[in-house]
Design a protein around this ligand. Structure first.
Ligand code: C2E
Ligand code: MG
Ligand code: MG
Length: 502
């Protein structure tokens, strides 16, 4: 068993998620002592078991270390024969580890990471490898997993062992981990492919809020395989101009005014037809391609706004809302790049809005607040998307320079029939109103939902009932039609338009 030291991880998805801290007084010395003691105990225990664990100290370069792991992975894949068990790769990320460093200091954080490394390595057999690929991210190669079930068991054991108590500064601390896994050859036939599969699985855990294991089973397995194929095509899609934006209108409830439109990306794949974003955005995020795709979306939305201003009756196009990925938001030049793109487009900042989820903001609240303030300063509109599905701090929400909360459509599903869903929607509308925010309900599909929301004084709605996402030509037709016959209520227009929309 080899332990490779900490290496670069710019290729890895790195979101931080839940950690449970029990206790309150911080300090490092005791933690360090506990870390050392635990390590010694484990080392001697491992030695007495005859373990061949070797700790590889710092290699010649960051990439060399990563390459070393990838080489071993590649060799394991090439050397595996059917009937012999198959290599399994696990990519692990400690959720919200930064809180440990912030709260207990880096020395204690390091001791804890060593302890995690030891716990992992104690689970493994002599030929298996664990690499710390960054501060709080690990990769584990199990050379011969007997079956998919065995690999899944290992993932759960890794998860459990990381979740056991740690002692830091006299305090009991618990960590949770997010684990993505992949098995050769099913999820990848090269080290690179397998790493991508496992990383994509990890990013799925992260998107759900972390703290879990993503298994290569059932739908997920197909997904992972699917993702591999998609990634190769995705790179080409940009060059071949296969993306397009569809537009879904948003209407006020009080007076049926169209107050804006959401741009939703579609991929017109040469063989598969229209591919929805849910299938390719996670891959684009895992590979970093989302940054280029996101740039394209913004440029295209701005260009559409300029076109609409020139052609639409009344000459004021509705603001276009663009969805943001956490990866875009993490780019150091995100703000300046947005500013420049708007300037070059000839559109006004007010013509564009950004929709971002709670997790984007909560990931690094101070940085997010600063960027959002600067965007707001330009005149760009801001809304929180899928509200209610993430972990928002209400204190932070109060300070965010956003104007709109979009209630996630999952809450609307059981409204008005079901008491819990109804209570949640009520509570969100009341809270938003107290914070001076407008609420848009997403996913409105029935007249009953519309009536319910109207009775609650919800500001605006978006959903299939009122208009599906549609290609630009159909959207312009809708606007022209509304202009010509203002008496047409959105639901009627939508029923007509459903024939042409996606
Ligand atoms: P979202 O931003 O919450 O977008 C709303 C989603 O709900 C859209 O799915 C829309 O088609 C769907 N929807 C709208 N009304 C209804 C309804 O009445 N019933 C139901 N069942 N669904 C409805 P879509 O277009 O598949 O997009 C899914 C997600 O993909 C979006 O969720 C957004 O998070 C992401 N996405 C879409 N376009 C982009 C993009 O350009 N960049 C990024 N980063 N993400 C995008
Ligand atoms: Mg959205
Ligand atoms: Mg949404």
């Amino acid at each position: 068993m080899f332990v490779l030291p900490s290496i670069d991880t710019s290729h890895m998805v790195s979101l931080l998620l839940p950690v449970l801290l029990a206790g309150g007084v911080f300090g490092a010395i005791v933690a360090w002592w506990h870390g050392q003691r635990g390590k010694r105990a484990r080392r001697s225990e491992a030695t007495s078991k005859g373990s061949k664990r070797t700790t590889v100290t710092a290699g010649p370069g960051i990439l060399t270390n990563y390459s070393a792991f990838q080489n071993r992975l590649q060799k394991a894949i090439q050397g595996s024969r059917s009937g012999d068990g198959a290599p399994a790769l696990f990519v692990l990320d400690l959720d919200k580890f930064r809180y440990i460093n912030d709260g207990f200091g880096h020395t204690a954080g390091d001791a804890l990471l060593e302890e995690v490394t030891m716990r992992i390595s104690d689970l493994l057999r002599p030929n298996d490898i664990v690499a710390r690929v960054s501060g709080d991210e690990f990769m584990v190669l199990v050379n011969r997993a007997a079956s998919a079930t065995a690999a899944r068991d290992i993932a759960h054991r890794l998860y459990d062992v990381i979740g056991e108590e740690y002692r830091i500064a006299g305090q009991t601390v618990r960590l949770t981990a997010s684990i993505g896994m992949a098995m050769a050859p099913r999820h990848g036939q090269t080290a690179e492919e397998l790493t991508r599969s496992a990383t994509a699985a990890l990013s799925m855990v992260k998107r759900r809020g972390g703290d879990g294991v993503q298994l290569p089973s059932g739908a997920v397995t197909t997904d992972a395989a699917e993702r591999l194929i998609l990634e190769t095509d995705l790179r080409r899609a940009l060059e071949r101009d296969e993306f397009e934006l569809h537009y879904q209108p948003k209407f006020t409830l009080a007076d049926n005014k169209m107050i804006g439109v959401e741009a939703l990306i579609r991929w017109r794949h040469p063989e598969r037809g229209i591919v929805p974003p849910g299938l390719f955005i996670p891959v684009a995020e895992a590979t970093g391609l989302i940054v280029v795709i996101g740039d394209w979306v913004l440029r295209e939305a701005l260009a559409a706004s300029v076109r609409w201003r020139a052609t639409l009756p009344g000459s004021t196009p509705p603001p276009i809302a663009v969805n943001l990925s956490f990866k875009q938001f993490e780019q150091p030049d995100f703000f300046s790049s947005v500013k420049q793109t708007i300037k070059r487009s000839g559109a006004r900042a007010q013509d564009i809005e950004f929709e971002l989820t709670e997790s984007i903001v909560m990931h690094n609240p101070e940085a997010a607040l600063e960027i959002l303030r600067r965007l707001r300063g330009l005149g760009v509109g801001l809304s929180i998307d899928d509200f209610g599905t993430g972990h928002s701090s209400l204190a932070l929400l109060k300070d965010l320079p956003v104007q709109i909360l979009k209630i996630d459509r999952s809450f609307l599903r059981d409204v008005p029939g079901e008491a819990a869903g109804t209570a949640i929607v009520d509570a969100i509308i009341a809270m938003a109103s107290a914070l001076g925010l407008d609420v848009i309900a997403e996913g409105v599909e029935t007249e009953d939902q519309l009536d319910f929301l109207r009775a609650r004084n919800c500001y605006a709605v978006q959903g299939y009932l009122l208009g599906r996402p549609m290609p630009e030509a159909n959207f312009l037709e809708l606007i022209n039609q509304r202009h010509a016959t203002p008496a047409v209520s959105p639901p009627v227009a939508a029923r007509y338009l459903r024939v042409v929309a996606d």
